[in-house]
Design a protein. Sequence first.
Length: 147
Amino acid sequence: MKAIKTLLAAVAAALLCGPLQAEEAQTRPEAQAQVILELNRIEPLAEACRLYLLLRNGRTDHFETLTLDLVFFDKNAIIDRRFSVQAGPLPGQKTSLRQLDVPNLSCENLGGLLLNDVPTCSGASEVENGCLVLVGLENRTSVSFFK
């Protein structure tokens, strides 16, 4: 009887902690990510929306080019525009800041930002499975940031 109670307690604990662990895993960058792209700040300008992107290259090698394919969504989850950004060069073992001014975009109406793809990441040693798997995301803003 004691063994059954112990087993039931373990199952209950696993069921209660499972969702917490899953939620925690969603907030951490992907385990295989070697470059972290952080949406750090959003700043409204007169004719644009300024995004501050931090890139942390955890690899030892240097990226000559690192192209980000970004899709902007409004607060109604409607695509506003697609934007290609050259985030390289990105030295190995270095954190870099990229400032992106998106013309005619209202920061107040920005609801989400999708990292759709990383079509190029040249200069680094051979990359298997494409460049997108190298990049993990972090977010310090109220705008949804996902891939």
